[in-house]
Design a protein around this ligand. Structure first.
Ligand code: FAD
Length: 321
């Protein structure tokens, strides 16, 4: 059954987040030959439309308003409701990001629709759409079938590969106006704790440190390795609680859930709550002094040794490549 499916694009620091392209890829599967319409919401965002076409969007709709410069639940839900009214889609895909996790249930509830969240793959089988999502902190996967009605979906970053970029693609850009009013919150200013580096939830490589790193200074060799690999630095809650790094780096059940191509765990014991946030990484390398550490049970490659010796060696070797 061909469907019209919307895919919400997200912009951060002046660039489209990769999850915008992953949402298009998921929307293509859900659309089953139908139309995929990317949605851009913000202030002066139309210039991002081309990149969405290059990644597979058939059409782009743009909602521009001064109240959409920063995300607010009220502002964005009014913008998206205007798009839904106009486009009458059969599916809507969001990234499973802070924005998508906040906005999608709000809209699904308003429209009395179902929501399949944190999807890691979508397949079509015998006319049914099958959504796979992790449950029990990633220890098992469940498959959900969408029956009828409007389908709301959030896709976990780094799981559904974006379509190959094709600069020959183009399409129609349509502006939709939304009457955005009665906002209960207005963002006046965004103060970022960290301004540099790769976004942790979208990073292809993560070098994470635990209590074994021993100090804020101890994170330096991990930062160097991450830089050489073009990756991001993450942390266990142990390291955050000890004050070695900011909580925005925490990975795990109560932190960020990540699925990079390569996860290098340094001085992390592998508590179940940490594994909940990283065990679905494609390749896991663990560096730990204790050969019995639990992290080795999920690691593809284990290095028993002192991280302060091993990490600089790895950095030197990767620099040569
Ligand atoms: P430790 O368990 O202290 O491990 C340190 C490791 O470093 C040890 O294995 C040690 O052998 C090794 N080491 C020490 N020195 C070196 C060295 N020089 N070289 C190499 N290895 C060395 N934790 C999370 O990470 N994320 C979460 O989201 C999270 N949520 C939680 C939610 C709840 C409700 C609860 C109760 C706990 C949660 N935790 C979470 C905490 C979790 O249970 C662990 O306490 C925490 O993950 C331990 O962090 P760690 O592995 O860095 O420290």
């Amino acid at each position: 059954m061909a469907r019209k499916v919307l895919a919400l694009a997200e912009i951060r620091d002046g660039s489209l987040r990769n999850v915008s392209f992953e949402a298009i890829a998921a929307a293509k599967i859900i659309a089953q030959g139908g139309e995929v319409v990317s949605v851009l919401a913000g202030e002066s965002v139309q210039s991002y439309a081309n990149e969405l076409f290059f990644h597979g969007a058939d059409r782009v709709v743009v909602v521009e308003h001064s109240h959409l410069t920063h995300y607010t639940p009220d502002g964005y839900s009014q913008a998206l409701m205007a798009v839904i009214d106009e486009e009458k889609p059969e599916g809507i895909v969001f990234g499973h990001t802070a924005l998508g996790k906040d906005l999608s249930p709000k809209l699904a509830t308003k429209l009395n629709s179902g929501l399949v969240s944190d999807v890691v793959s979508v397949e079509e089988e015998g006319g049914n759409l099958i959504f796979t999502r992790p449950i029990y902190s990633g220890k098992a996967f469940e498959k959900k079938i969408a029956t009828d009605g409007l389908i709301f979906v959030t896709v976990r970053p780094n799981n559904i590969p974006p379509l190959e970029r094709d600069e020959s693609r183009s399409g129609e850009v349509k502006a939709i106006s939304a009457d955005i009013k009665d906002l209960r919150t207005i963002v006046k200013e965004v103060v970022r704790k960290t301004t540099e580096g790769v976004d942790l939830s979208e990073a292809k490589v993560i070098v994470a440190g635990g209590r074994g790193v021993k100090s804020a200074e101890g994170f330096k060799p991990l930062q160097e390795l991450a830089e050489v690999l073009g990756g991001a630095v993450g942390a266990s809650r142990g390291a955050c609680d000890a004050g070695y790094c900011d909580y925005s780096l925490q990975i795990g059940q109560t932190g960020k859930v990540v699925t990079p191509d390569l996860y290098i765990a340094c001085g992390i014991s592998g508590a179940i709550q940490h594994l909940a946030g990283m065990s679905n990484s494609k390749v896991i390398v663990a560096i730990n002094k204790d050969p019995e550490a639990n992290i080795f049970k999920v690691a593809d490659y284990g290095i028993v040794g002192d991280l302060f010796e091993v990490v600089p060696l790895l950095t030197e070797e990767f620099k040569k490549l």
